[in-house]
Design a binder for this molecule. Structure first.
Ligand SMILES: NC(=O)C1=CN([C@@H]2O[C@H](COP(=O)(O)OP(=O)(O)OC[C@H]3O[C@@H](n4cnc5c(N)ncnc54)[C@H](OP(=O)(O)O)[C@@H]3O)[C@@H](O)[C@H]2O)C=CC1
Ligand SMILES: CC(=O)N[C@@H](CCC(=O)OP(=O)(O)O)C(=O)O
Length: 344
């Protein structure tokens, strides 16, 4: 297959290159840039020397239309100006940004402060969370790849909400991310001297992933959630831990919770449910496409503590995007993704 990556020099793009160069069904990778056309990608990122030796190409619809799959790993508001022109022209399309995730244009514009994508394209887009949406993904032409925080939060909350074991009207999530979640453009928050030895809360009560999580809970479970959701930056490169707290519904037992997780994920290749283990961490999924989940009941408060960990660039972005590509193209869902986490 011939693959195109727009935003190949970004962190999501680089991670796509890392996965796709080892993918058994991928024979050509074409890299596109809006600012560094003709520069060799391996000159900019020397870790790619002898791996991908080609100049970055200017973004051209005619060139992209000849490929089998096109990924966009671009800032919000960019894919919505490119991918609608490619719909129906041949390639399967997978967007890593939030441009096609939010159904209501007013909500997108409120939370992203950008013009919404053309509504016809948004209506065609399928939310690419394979564990919950596999059938729709298989026939999709355009995938809205989920956000990094929503992936960890939704995968851990959805089985319990679906089975009515927790009260979705009172959800609280504290999420923490490494700095690569912010992409390759430096900012004050990610500057080494302000990130190192520090721990920040940011976008308090206003993170753009709140409507994505609430919308997806409603679509997939039919229940209307109310979520308090806050995000923190921690001094590490990769990894997200999303810790949620939710009141148990009357009579919920630990056995029911573990059964719900088993039903949802027993056959899933990339979701691992941890038994009651007192310590676990983001590093146990580092560099892999796994989402590890643990749910424990707190009998003192009658609440559940629900934890999901992912690598934000893998299951939170490029890994999940390739999982979606595999499903869309009728390939083994695990192709290119059986990477063992880099624990040490
Ligand atoms: N980092 C993460 O963990 C995650 C990121 N995402 C989302 O995925 C998208 C990509 O993220 P990430 O790779 O981190 O971002 P980066 O900022 O690292 O890279 C984005 C790339 O997009 C390209 N770009 C910038 N402006 C334009 C433009 N106007 N037209 C075309 N290309 C442009 C740039 O390359 P060039 O200048 O060469 O064109 C740049 O390298 C974002 O929307 C992000 O929010 C989603 C989940 C997780
Ligand atoms: C650490 C950090 O800054 N993370 C970013 C994640 C951005 C992202 O993934 O944005 P979309 O999914 O909306 O494209 C943030 O919190 O905004």
């Amino acid at each position: 297959m011939k693959i195109g990556i727009i935003g190949a020099t970004g962190y999501g793009g680089l991670e796509l290159i890392r996965i796709l160069t080892n993918h058994p069904n991928v024979h050509e990778i074409h890299v596109f840039s809006s600012s560094e056309e003709n520069i060799h990608i391996s000159h900019k990122y020397t870790h790619l020397m002898n791996i991908i030796e080609q100049p970055l190409q200017a973004i051209s619809i005619d060139t992209l239309a000849k490929l089998d799959v096109v990924f966009t790993g671009t800032p919000a508001g960019v894919a919505s100006t490119i991918l609608p022109d490619l719909l129906g022209k041949g390639p399967k399309l997978i967007d890593l940004s939030g441009d096609f995730r939010i159904q209501d244009p007013t909500i997108y514009e409120t939370w992203y402060q950008k013009p919404a994508a053309p509504q016809q394209a948004v209506q065609q887009a399928v939310y690419g969370l394979p564990e919950w949406n596999r059938q729709q993904i298989q026939t999709a032409e355009l995938i809205a790849n989920p956000g990094c925080y929503p992936t960890a939060t939704l995968l851990s909350l959805l089985p319990l909400i679906k089975e009515g074991l927790i009260d979705p009207a009172h959800l609280y999530t504290d999420a923490k991310s490494g700095a690569s979640g912010a992409g390759n453009k430096p900012s004050q928050l990610t500057h080494y001297s302000e990130l190192n030895e520090n721990f920040s809360i940011y976008k308090i009560n206003s993170h753009q992933h709140i409507p994505e999580i609430e919308q997806t809970v409603t679509t997939l479970t039919g229940k209307t959630p109310t979520l308090s959701f806050n995000t923190h930056l921690i001094p590490m490169t990769r990894g997200i831990m999303a810790t949620s707290y939710a009141p148990l519904t009357a009579g919920t037992t630990n056995e029911q919770i573990q059964e719900a997780l088993k039903t949802a994920y027993d056959k899933e290749p990339f979701v691992r449910v941890l038994a009651d283990k007192p310590v676990f961490s983001t590093k146990q999924v580092y560099g892999s496409n796994f989402c590890d989940i643990q749910v424990t009941i707190d009998p003192r408060t009658n609440r559940a503590t629900i934890v999901g960990v992912i690598d934000n660039l893998m299951k939170g972005a490029a890994g999940q995007a390739v999982q979606n590509m595999n499903l869309m193209c009728g390939l083994d869902e695990k192709a290119g993704l059986t990477l063992v986490p880099l624990m040490i």
